[in-house]
Design a protein around this ligand. Structure first.
Ligand code: UDX
Length: 441
């Protein structure tokens, strides 16, 4: 089948490449000519395991092409996926829908003239409930033969290819039986692998995405709030999470305490859902999400305060090494990165902060130019009064605490992500502190 993907950000590029990989003919569309040129050369604009190879393979096979022209898109296929961003509106928690509206408005006049009898516009962007219905009316004013469906995307950065090829569910919200049939056909190779297909109305489909992310955020803030209680009571939050997670109704995943969540989705989505609930007059039902957000942000402040205490009550004239800049391991994304927020707060407190990250330093330099960066862990830790482990890249688990102890000024470590082996680090002479766990170092 033929389809276009409008918007070549994270979701768009991965969706386009994966759809081409399962055999469809795909045209990726974006207003950014530079990005389109790079993609045409098979170069993705971000780091994602497995994606560069898939992109090159599908481009070389001629199943994936790119353009900046909405007219080309309308002529190429009768099915169009909208994958543009919906960032947080400045000064408010609500989602900014300008890109979605521009994509639909740019396409609509060409759809009318495309020669296809029936066209389908499928939204993948995360939008406030009610958007699909509003967009359908807007689209039909220009292109009466257009159907609209909402098909939220649940991919995680770092596992995006696998999450797209083997999703845990495919959710499609539409009032058109024709649209649902077409999407079942399009996703047939994934459905054949056993993925459940949930057909519903557009509003429910829009909500599934935001509700899922709000639930995940709640789970994380719950365990981080428990870490605060554990600190006060001298209990161990990791054992607590382990024991709670054994209950299959709760589950161990998304229960790892630490610095809290960041990235481009969870923080923005809980705010957008809260804002939409308020607009709908049901703000009280989701008021607790504000607390989820506050608990999450508080973890960053708690880590800064622990660092200050360990640095002797002040950051002035202190050198602090930070391991990790990405919002999570396996990604070069620094959007709302808890690690960088902590690093920057410590720098503003007067310390000299040197940050190491295996993938995200180029992006971090752009958002946080006042921090220092290095690609060498030992260099980051040279003469440090304190080392903070803030993003749990697997390679940090393999660090040799004995040799690292020889380069720092004081062997003091905050393991905010709970992946370092406390016994090994303490045996090597480190004083190791992990929020939510008893400190014996
Ligand atoms: C998330 C959702 O998982 C995905 O379904 C949705 O489509 C987009 O948002 P992503 O932002 O890529 O995906 O990251 P995810 O792996 O979910 O992690 C989110 C944040 O939670 C990260 O900052 C991560 O470090 C943190 N996290 C996750 C924890 O602190 N503890 C955990 O146990 C799990």
């Amino acid at each position: 089948m033929r389809l276009t993907v409008i918007g070549t950000g994270y979701v768009g590029v991965v969706h386009a490449a994966c759809m081409a990989d399962i055999g469809h003919e795909v045209l990726g569309v974006d207003v950014d000519a530079e990005r389109i040129a790079a993609l045409t050369d098979g170069r993705p604009p971000f780091f994602e395991p497995g994606l560069p190879r898939m992109l090159r393979r599908t481009v070389e096979a001629g199943r994936l092409r790119f353009t900046t022209s909405a007219a080309d898109a309308a002529g190429f296929a009768d099915t169009h996926f909208i994958c543009v961003g919906t960032p947080q509106r400045p000064g408010s928690g609500a989602a900014e829908l300008g890109h979605v509206e521009a994509a639909v408005d740019g396409l609509a006049p060409h759809l009318r003239d495309s020669g296809y009898e029936r066209v389908l516009v499928v939204g993948k962007s995360t939008v406030p409930v009610g958007t699909a219905t509003r967009l359908a009316a807007r689209l039909r004013a220009t292109a009466p033969a257009a159907d609209v469906a909402w098909n939220p995307e649940f991919l995680r950065e770092g596992c995006a290819v696998q999450d797209t090829l083997r999703p845990e569910r495919i959710v499609v919200g539409t009032r058109s039986a024709h649209a649902e049939t077409r999407l079942r056909e399009l996703y047939a190779p994934l459905l054949a692998g056993g993925t459940p297909f949930i057909g519903t109305d557009p509003a429910t489909a829009e909500l599934v995405k935001l509700a899922s992310n709000a639930f995940l955020a709640t789970k994380l803030s719950f365990i981080n709030a428990m870490a605060e209680i554990c600190d006060a009571a001298g209990a161990d939050v990791l054992t607590l999470a382990e024991a709670m997670g054994q209950d299959s109704r709760i589950g161990r995943r998304f229960l790892t305490p630490g610095l809290g969540f960041g990235g481009s989705c969870l923080p923005k989505d809980i705010r957008a859902l809260t804002a939409r609930a308020e607009e709908l007059g049901t703000g009280a039902s989701l008021a607790f999400l504000r607390q989820i957000d506050e608990i999450n942000t508080r973890q960053r402040g708690r880590t800064v305060e622990l660092a200050r205490e360990l640095a002797g009550g002040t950051f002035s004239d202190r050198r602090v090494a930070v391991l990790g800049a990405a919002f999570k391991p396996g990604s070069d994304d620094v959007r709302d990165s808890p690690a960088l927020a902590v690093a920057d707060a410590i720098r503003r407190g007067g310390a000299q902060v040197r940050v190491h990250d295996p993938a995200a330093t180029d992006n971090a330099r752009v958002t946080h130019p006042a921090l220092q960066y290095t690609l060498d862990v030992a260099k980051a830790c040279e003469h440090a009064d304190l080392v903070l482990h803030l993003t749990e890249w697997p390679q940090y688990r393999e660090l040799d605490p004995v040799s690292l102890a020889t380069v720092v000024r004081a062997p003091v470590m905050v393991d905010a992500r709970h992946t370092l082996d406390p016994m090994a680090w303490r045996a090597a002479g480190w004083s190791l502190h992990a929020p939510g766990r008893p400190s014996t170092g």
